[in-house]
Design a protein around this ligand. Structure first.
Ligand code: 9MR
Length: 433
């Protein structure tokens, strides 16, 4: 396992997904999917224009008490696993467990037959859906979809009040045809914002833009998308590994509204859909580190203020440019968030092998132990991998990932769409092995 000092040293000169000046959305992965490319969709449907967190470390607050098997509809086909989360949190209630399937031949089946079920997701790109093997593996092995780029602000609202739905609709409709649930990603994020949104200023302008965006996007996908990353990556540290001076990230949103932009976004989202699951999502908060502590206090404050938040996504990008996290650390971290009464999710998992910072053996251990940490907790309602096959990983083309033209070897399938040993280790964890 990589020692913290080395990680720190390395991260001191890396600046990638956590940098506040990377608003152009980056280069896209080796598969050629750009951040804004080729929506090809109808435009129109415009405008319904309306109108100090402390950084203290907190205990893990692990639940104590005996275990009790939870019950749930293990046979549900697409598995509304999220419903199983309610009522299981809270430090006084004893720790429930998830029971694995007796047998399963795909990840999806293992998730659906677990009790309670757990969603098994993948980031899906429009480009990937042009490939028959990609589509076959994606649908056979997963029942939860996150659009890799096609539902971001720049893709959906390229001009103020003018929406472009085509590329996102393709993914959402493909998912639904294959009985997969969709997570909307992402409503309010400093990155992949169109230029016009980035140059807004003043509380009124920015609040109106947030409102119009959320209302139109959630309105368009209503009845097709019922889980949302409402706010993404609102916190920054000096290093992308989650270390050093955690603070609210400067952005067009934070600069105009302060921290209350998070409350506002969740409240508008709740007005739009009283039943949707509303999540906060961030990277390098996977382990018990400074950024995770800061985000914990931020989310705790929101829960205490009655902000309508249902859960937190832990991206779980392991290896450069982000943090490393062992299974025990992940378990303790997820537990304290679940004890706030929230769902927790692994939302963007991949493990980068470039530069051998994570060895092949460590990668297998991480995949098994991190998936296991989530799987055993009924409050952990989904595990999403950030892509299908290595060749299309965003990491391959991302400078801070240190790949230098090589494959990041970060996912569960190789370029021939064959299962890798990483797949087997994930399957073992889902089967309680
Ligand atoms: O995988 C996405 C890549 O194709 C884009 O170029 C990049 C631009 O920011 O965004 C990637 O996805 C990110 C996700 O939306 C939010 N968390 C970090 C992910 C990896 O950078």
């Amino acid at each position: 396992m990589r020692s913290a000092p080395f990680t720190l040293l390395l991260s001191a000169f890396l600046c990638t997904i956590g940098c506040s000046d990377d608003g152009d959305g980056g280069a896209g992965g080796a598969g050629g999917q750009g951040a804004t490319g080729g929506t090809g969709g109808a435009t129109g449907g415009t405008s319904t224009s309306a109108g100090g967190t402390s950084a203290s470390t907190s205990g893990t607050g692990s639940a104590t008490g005996g275990t009790s098997a939870s019950t749930g509809d293990a046979s549900s086909s697409t598995g509304d696993a999220s419903s199983s989360a309610s009522g299981t949190g809270g430090s006084g209630g004893g720790m429930a467990v998830r029971t694995p399937a007796a047998s399963a031949s795909t990840l999806r089946e293992a998730g659906e037959k677990a009790n309670p079920p757990i969603l098994i997701g993948a980031a899906i790109s429009g480009g990937g859906l042009n490939n028959a093997d990609y589509k076959r593996v994606a649908a056979a092995e997963h029942n939860y979809v996150t659009a890799e780029n096609e539902m971001k602000w720049d893709a959906l609202e390229p001009n103020p009040g003018q929406f472009s739905w085509g590329a996102a609709d393709n993914i959402v409709n493909w998912a639904r045809t294959n009985n997969m649930k969709v997570k909307g990603h992402t409503l309010v994020w400093h990155n992949q914002l169109p230029g016009w949104a980035n140059s807004l200023s003043g509380a009124t302008q920015v609040e109106q833009a947030i409102r119009r965006h959320i209302e139109n996007v959630m309105g368009h996908f209503k009845d097709r998308v019922d889980t949302w990353d409402v706010v993404n990556e609102a916190v920054i540290t000096d290093s992308d590994t989650g270390v050093g001076n955690p603070r609210m990230r400067p952005s067009v949103f934070f600069n105009a509204l302060g921290e209350r932009y998070l409350d506002l976004a969740f409240e508008i989202a709740r007005e739009q859909d009283p039943d949707a699951k509303l999540y906060y999502n961030d990277y390098s908060i996977d382990a018990l580190n400074e950024k995770a502590d800061f985000v914990y206090e931020m989310i705790k404050g929101m829960v205490e203020r009655g902000v309508p938040i249902d859960g937190v996504g832990f991206q779980m990008h392991i290896g450069p440019p982000n943090n490393e996290a062992g299974g025990a650390d992940v378990a303790a971290n997820l537990r304290r968030f679940a004890d706030l009464g929230l769902e927790v999710l692994i939302s963007e998992m991949d493990i980068n092998r470039c530069s051998n910072q994570v060895t092949a053996e460590e990668q297998l251990t991480y995949y098994h132990d991190i998936v296991e940490a989530c799987f055993v907790m009924p409050e952990c309602t989904g595990i999403t991998f950030w892509g299908i096959n290595d060749g299309r990983s965003w990491l391959n083309g991302w400078a801070g990932a240190l790949c230098n033209g090589q494959s990041s070897q970060s996912l569960l399938f190789n370029d021939q769409y064959q299962k890798k040993e990483t797949y087997n280790r994930v399957m073992d964890a889902l089967m309680g092995r």
